[in-house]
Design a protein around this ligand. Structure first.
Ligand SMILES: Nc1nc2c(ncn2[C@@H]2O[C@H](COP(=O)(O)OP(=O)(O)OP(=O)(O)O)[C@@H](O)[C@H]2O)c(=O)[nH]1
Length: 416
């Protein structure tokens, strides 16, 4: 469900800018130009409907941050924007349980706000583990993380931390103290790095130790970052967000490198990588199917390239849903490939026949038109060690399916 953002701001220029950012983040702005209007608009709404509130510190009927108290008391995570840049205001704002404080210094603050809104929305699915034997230390870091919507887990020892990580695959970040009873922080980091890379799990070391060597030891043991205690709330959260963004960016690059831009299916390179892993274990039976759309050029020529793209996307969806248990790829153009390991060849051919029929009977909607397409499929059931050799056989069977009239399967099972 699309979440709402309560915006309380008396400057119409700022309101316009913030409203636009909220909409760009695919959230619904609920706008009020004063505290009174905000109370009226919020009424008895359910705070769960709101992702957060963006509140101006100084309003005509709330000159000293009273609107912040209202949103916090209403259980809405609160981001404060203010034109006041003095330290007293900053201290006053940060003494309250706000998500963040954004001084209106320059145009960059709106970029920061935009990223913050996107983060708050995404953070609800991200786990962060805090490992510290001090209950107070753990609780203070965990409560800051909760303000930023993270799913937060706490461990009072390295062993407990390892157990929680094992149970919670959505943990993307660990914040660990150095002094712990069973294992120190750098030993804990080294242990984690045995199974999880920096790109899969970010680790931030924290310590009150005076030695500047400690940060180097954490980093050399595999931590992504380090913070000296006591740290300021803003620095802690900025570092947390930066490290989470790093993991997300690496994942986005990995996904883009491995998938076909149009259909989202694994691309040829990734298919070879995954399938070569499986073939090394020499599965009992292996089936490879090469699937090629028939007379696809005619669809492009008649209805345009966008219509052709829509056909490719719809066919890819059918493939992905009917063969989610095996390996599917768009090889390029209008050609797809499926690799089925450990399968009875007859069952594989039946499944591929169902696929051919599903594609043939699908009404593909493009603008006001309904498009139809058929496929020719070459299937080799003679498993070989070498993937290229199986593909070459499937290709010649596909060629035969085309020359026999298209919209059919040609296979080599039990053909002498
Ligand atoms: N819309 C669209 N067309 C593509 C894409 N990639 C390749 N094509 C087109 O796919 C068509 C393939 O045409 P051909 O190789 O002649 O094959 P065909 O028309 O399907 O004929 P047969 O395979 O012999 O049945 C060409 O017109 C390419 O431009 C794509 O990503 N999108």
């Amino acid at each position: 469900m699309q979440k709402k953002v309560l915006v309380i701001e008396d400057s119409s220029t700022s309101m316009k800018l913030i409203t636009k950012l909220v909409q760009q983040a695919l959230l619904i702005p609920v706008c009020a130009s004063s505290l009174t209007a905000a109370r009226h608009m919020f009424g008895h709404s359910n705070p769960e409907e709101y992702l957060c509130a963006v509140v101006d510190y100084n309003l005509p009927d709330a000159p000293n941050g009273e609107a912040i108290d209202f949103t916090i008391e209403s259980f809405i995570p609160t981001i404060v924007v203010t034109g006041r840049l003095d330290d007293d205001t900053r201290e006053h704002i940060l003494s309250k349980d706000v998500v963040d404080y954004i001084p209106k210094e320059n145009a960059q603050v709106y970029d920061y706000l935009s990223r913050l809104l996107a983060r708050l929305d995404k953070n609800k699915d991200i786990g962060v583990l805090v490992v510290d034997d001090s209950r107070v230390g753990r609780a203070s870091m965990a409560s800051l993380l909760r303000l930023h919507n993270f799913q937060t887990f706490e461990a009072d020892s390295a062993q407990q931390g390892l157990a929680i990580l094992h149970e919670r695959p959505n943990i993307q970040l660990v914040v660990t103290d150095y002094h712990m009873p069973d294992m120190n922080g750098t030993e804990f980091v080294a242990e984690l790095r045995k199974s999880m890379t920096k790109e899969r799990l970010a680790i931030i070391g924290v310590s009150a130790g005076n030695s500047s060597l400690l940060s180097a030891r954490f980093l050399k043991s595999g931590a992504n970052d380090f913070l000296h205690k006591p740290f300021c709330q803003e620095e802690f959260l900025v570092r947390i967000n930066q490290n989470v963004e790093y993991i997300e960016n690496v994942e986005a690059i990995r996904r883009a490198a491995n998938s076909d831009y149009l259909t989202g299916l694994p691309n040829r390179r990734h298919f070879f990588y995954s399938v070569n892993h499986v073939t090394r274990n020499q599965p009992n039976h292996q089936v490879i199917a090469l699937i090629d759309l028939d007379h696809f050029k005619k669809i492009n020529d008649t209805y345009g390239h966008d219509a052709g793209d829509k056909v490719l996307k719809d066919v890819a969806k059918i493939l992905a849903s009917q063969f989610s248990d095996v390996y599917v790829s768009r090889f390029g153009g209008e050609e797809f490939c499926i690799y089925l390991p450990d399968i009875n060849p007859i069952e594989a051919i039946e499944r591929l026949e169902q696929l051919r029929e599903s594609i043939q009977s699908r009404n593909i909607k493009f603008q006001q038109q309904v498009l139809k397409v058929t496929t020719s499929i070459g299937v080799t059931t003679i498993g070989r060690k070498n993937l290229e050799a199986m593909l070459a056989t499937a290709d010649s069977l596909l060629y035969q399916a085309k020359s026999d009239g298209r919209n059919r399967i040609v296979h080599d099972h039990n053909v002498s």
